[in-house]
Design a binder for this molecule. Structure first.
Ligand code: FEO
Ligand code: CA
Ligand code: CA
Length: 632
């Protein structure tokens, strides 16, 4: 904890120096010619920085061991408390959580939703804040006493109410943040909340249904994975695996426009959520356009419970992970967007208008008009660095024409995946979260894993996806040309290749040189920077602790120093969970961390309540016993 009082400015200067050193090191490496497999890892520029033994100034806690226990473990001097768990009442009149799984849809609609994911904290004043949290999906084995085997119409409504977003006021009393169940901003947004489709696809034929001839009025959001936030104070929630909620009892021929998104006419028996059994909105025979109304980024005002959430079609339709928003030097809003599926793509939106401090009417239009791009990376064999370009997804350009199946710009947005293929985007190893370093010049993205890499023709090994059968994942990063996020050019390299140096020594599957048997992990997913530039890394990986994953234990959170490449394990989660979702209080003394699906698939977890209790997805509060800055 030696640099507890060190200023952010010092860290920033240090970071800039390190990046400069790495850049000159890279220049040196670039002259060393073609690389063989043996030199591949040692020539990772990040690893080279470590080899130079730069001392870490950012990380001042001890790396903790992997764990298979049903608890949260943290470094010495840290503690965790539950902020709220699935089923806790958040609206006036809602009942307390019941263990027996027999509460109805009304109860769930007033309680914290299930499977906490991305979240953002909006501070109102000292000790008073609004927290917006995604509720991605739900596990029927815990939601219902019948485990989902005897669904009723109300059960479908209950499952729909367990999804969406929860907004709660928090108050800090006696040094601890707590949910204010009376908070006037408290709100549940579910799969049935009215919202509007806005932007270039709004009102298009492909978005009209029997219930909505306008093609603009849609009910609900679901499978809300990660998030983003805007400088004008709104929350962005990202719709990911929306395909799994649709089905049909009739045999249907669905074309490529459905298949590319995984939308299938499954029967009730084969359906995971069985919504179409009782809600015909999800029956593809009756509402073939309903899936086109999902898969968007939704903008929500967390401080106005009456505000209608807005689906922003200008940001494209795919399986959105998060929405990392920044402003370029001239004020354009730039949003980086991952599409989490094997062999899908990485996107960037650039607003037409510019942010004007305090001009809410202007700023709230910024995600309405703009240009969407998709990334193409250079693919040099055995190179963990290179260049790249952003390819424009605009109707009439780059082959996005009527002849190629796109009637207009709306169809380019609705079928953004197909558009990305036509323009020649790079297929990626499942882009999950994107995070922008506080220097606003470096962008990081987790590529969580991809068993198809090297096994499918459209997913060759190389560039930012350097390993076949990639079951460990990697984090890449890029610098926009001249530090300008609106630029079409960038340079990239690899921050870390996850791996297992014990099981696979001296191979690519050992991971890069900043991975050791003491900090190894698989499947990086959630990432975020704190103000000092620490990179927090959350995992959603295999927790068998066997075979390829031996020694990695439960899912976890690590912390990386982008200056040195060093990574230390900071937190381990309970049995069969995923760690996902993070945000900080502005003074960085409190960190909010999500524990999703402990005990999934019936695994023996009783987190967080213990005893024989049902496991419950929970938002945790991490603090230091001495009240200091997290990680410092
Ligand atoms: Fe919801 Fe890609 O994680
Ligand atoms: Ca995720
Ligand atoms: Ca994941």
């Amino acid at each position: 904890m030696s640099d507890h009082n060190q200023s952010n400015d010092n860290n920033q200067a240090q970071f800039t120096q390190m990046i400069e050193r790495q850049m000159s090191r890279r220049k040196f490496l670039a002259t060393s010619g073609a690389l063989g497999l043996g030199s591949f890892l040692s020539l990772n520029p990040i690893s080279s920085a470590i080899a130079n033994s730069f001392e870490s100034v950012l990380l001042n806690f001890e790396n903790i061991p992997a764990s298979t226990s049903d608890t949260i473990t943290l470094p010495k001097g840290y503690k965790s408390d539950v902020l709220m768990s699935w089923g806790d009442p958040v609206l006036a009149g809602a009942p307390e959580f019941a263990q027996d799984g027999r509460q109805d849809s009304m109860a769930q609609a007033g309680q914290f939703g299930d499977n906490t994911d991305g979240m953002s904290l909006f501070e109102l004043s000292a000790g008073h804040a609004v927290l917006a949290v995604n509720n991605e999906y739900t596990n029927y084995e815990y939601l219902f006493d019948h485990g989902g085997k005897k669904m009723t119409a109300d059960d479908v409504k209950k499952a729909q109410a367990a999804h969406g977003v929860t907004i709660v006021e928090l108050r800090k009393t006696n040094g601890a943040w707590n949910v204010d169940p009376q908070g006037k901003f408290n709100r549940r947004i579910t799969a049935n909340t009215p919202m509007l489709l806005t932007g270039p696809a709004a009102g298009h034929e492909q978005l009209k249904t029997t219930a909505d001839s306008s093609g603009t009025k849609v009910l609900g959001t679901f499978n809300n994975c990660a998030n983003g936030e805007t400088p004008w104070g709104t929350y962005l929630t990202c719709e990911e695996n929306f395909h799994g909620y649709f089905g049909s009892n009739e045999k249907l021929e669905l074309d490529e426009r459905y298949a590319r998104y995984g939308v299938k006419a499954v029967s009730v028996e084969d359906s995971r959520y069985k919504w179409h059994q009782f809600d015909e909105r999800f029956d593809l025979a009756k509402n073939p356009n309903e899936p086109h109304r999902h898969g968007w980024v939704v903008e929500i005002d967390p401080k106005d419970p009456s505000a209608t959430p807005l689906k922003r079609t200008a940001l494209g339709r795919f399986k959105h992970e998060n929405a990392a928003l920044t402003l370029d030097d001239s004020g354009h809003a730039v949003v980086y967007l991952g599409d989490d599926e094997r062999g899908e793509h990485l996107y960037k939106f650039v607003s037409k208008g510019k942010f004007i401090e305090g001009d809410d009417a202007n700023n709230r239009q910024l995600l309405e008009f703009g240009t969407l791009y998709v990334a193409r990376f250079s693919m040099q064999k055995d190179e963990l660095k290179g260049s790249g370009e952003w390819l424009e997804l605009t109707h009439g350009k780059n082959g996005l024409t009527v002849e190629n199946g796109f009637a207009d710009q709306a169809e380019v947005m609705i079928f953004a995946r197909q558009a990305a293929t036509i323009v020649g985007a790079t297929t990626m190893d499942r882009p999950e979260w994107v995070a922008i370093h506080p220097d606003n010049k470096h962008v990081f993205c987790t590529l969580t894993n991809n068993k198809n890499r090297g096994n499918k023709e459209n997913q060759p090994v190389g560039g930012p996806n350097p390993r076949a059968d990639n079951h460990y994942g990697q984090i890449i990063r890029w610098q926009p040309k001249a530090g300008d996020h609106t630029s079409r050019e960038f340079n990239w390299d690899v921050y870390v290749l996850a791996g297992n140096p014990t099981v696979h020594p001296n191979t690519l599957y050992a991971g890069s040189n900043n991975i050791t048997s003491d900090n190894m992990f698989n499947s990086p997913d959630g990432i975020g920077f704190d103000k000092s530039g620490r990179l927090w890394i959350q995992t959603d990986g295999k927790y068998s602790n066997q075979g390829d994953f031996a020694g990695m234990g439960n899912n976890q959170m690590l912390c990386g120093d982008p200056n040195t490449g060093e990574i230390r394990r900071f937190l381990t989660g309970p049995i069969a969970c995923e760690i996902t979702g993070l945000c900080f209080s502005s003074d960085q003394t409190t960190m909010f961390v999500g524990v999703q699906h402990p005990g999934e698939g019936g695994a023996p977890s009783h987190f967080p309540d213990g005893g024989n209790s049902k496991p419950r997805s929970s938002v945790m509060i991490i603090t230091r016993e001495d009240g200091g800055v997290i990680g410092a």
